[in-house]
Design a protein around this ligand. Structure first.
Ligand SMILES: NC(=O)c1ccc[n+]([C@@H]2O[C@H](COP(=O)([O-])OP(=O)(O)OC[C@H]3O[C@@H](n4cnc5c(N)ncnc54)[C@H](OP(=O)(O)O)[C@@H]3O)[C@@H](O)[C@H]2O)c1
Length: 268
């Protein structure tokens, strides 16, 4: 499914079943001895991650549902102990379940096999970050009944008082990236933490230099932006000066049709 043009990623090979390795075009490696935070996004050629138009805000309008992108989304979730998403993404991606199999059901068996081989729980823990606590508890991902951790402020926790018990509400002193990660690791006991953003949450992680790896799919289209259509870029709410911008190392390059799959590792 994906063809690998370059792979110089570090870490330990995950025990991918052959079906996943074939589709991914090789192995997937992560450091296993420390907490490792990785993000996954799809953007247009010009770096837009959401059209930000009513009814057309979802990432799938950028990716046009490209199967290889959906597969990578599922694979990275299958590898993760927790998937952290911001409240904005939860609000816009209403049907999202943040499970490995939802974007790519054909590989559900392979994803489950990988998690068993990694001695991981049946699915990654979903963690939602919200300062306001203004969440629609009828959103399928929150209403389904699977455990979800909601990291919020004291005011947010007050607003969420009375939420069903499968939603574990944790009020953090400060919702910094460091505190979000600490609480996430506490809750899962695992070390592989995936964030699917959105761009505001990613901005927090980058400001605090908390992101280790970025998996970025470039979809072969140009979306543009103008004064009336303020479309979201990969990172929102964080702007770096020259010399301060987080630097990366190109860790892998893959293709599927006209889509490009890049993995950038933090340069330390
Ligand atoms: N193309 C892609 O790959 C991709 C990936 C993800 C998302 N998206 C798109 O991006 C759009 C959403 O963008 P967004 O920037 O609004 O998303 P976001 O980062 O998911 O959500 C922002 C909200 O999350 C909460 N939040 C984030 N960081 C926080 C922190 N450090 N402490 C406390 N709360 C924090 C706040 O929630 P409260 O408002 O509740 O306080 C904030 O308003 C959607 O259209 C989504 O589809 C695209």
């Amino acid at each position: 499914m994906l063809a690998t043009l370059l792979d110089r990623s570090d870490g330990t090979e995950l025990p991918l079943p052959a079906s996943l390795r074939d589709r991914y075009g090789g192995d997937l490696r992560f450091p296993r001895d420390r907490v490792h935070v990785f993000a996954n996004f799809v953007s247009s050629i010009d770096g837009v991650v959401s059209f930000a138009l009513p009814g057309k805000t979802q990432a799938s309008f950028i990716s046009k549902g490209e199967p290889a992108d959906r597969f990578v989304l599922g694979l990275l979730r299958a590898a993760a102990d927790a998937v952290v998403v911001g409240a904005g993404t939860l609000r816009e991606e209403r049907g999202g379940m943040w499970t490995p199999e939802q974007p790519f059901p054909d590989a559900a068996g392979g994803f489950a096999e990988l998690r068993r081989a990694m001695h991981a729980s049946e699915r990654p823990l979903m963690v939602v970050v919200s300062a306001s606590g203004d969440l629609d508890l009828k959103t399928p991902a929150l209403a389904e009944g699977a455990p979800v951790v909601i990291l919020t402020t004291r005011a947010g926790a007050k607003r969420l008082a009375g939420a069903p018990t499968h939603l574990r509400i944790r009020a953090l002193e400060r919702t910094t990236a460091a505190e979000i990660l600490k609480a996430t690791v506490d809750e899962t006991g695992g070390k592989l933490i995936l964030t699917e953003g959105g761009p505001t949450l990613l901005g927090h992680f980058l400001r605090e230099r908390s992101l280790d790896d970025l998996f970025l799919t470039i979809a072969p289209r140009i979306v543009g932006r103008d004064a009336t259509a303020r479309r979201l870029a990969l990172v929102e709410g964080a702007a770096f000066a020259p010399g301060e911008a987080p630097e990366s190392r190109l860790a892998s390059v893959k293709t599927a049709g006209d889509y490009l799959f890049l993995r950038f590792a933090r340069r330390t």
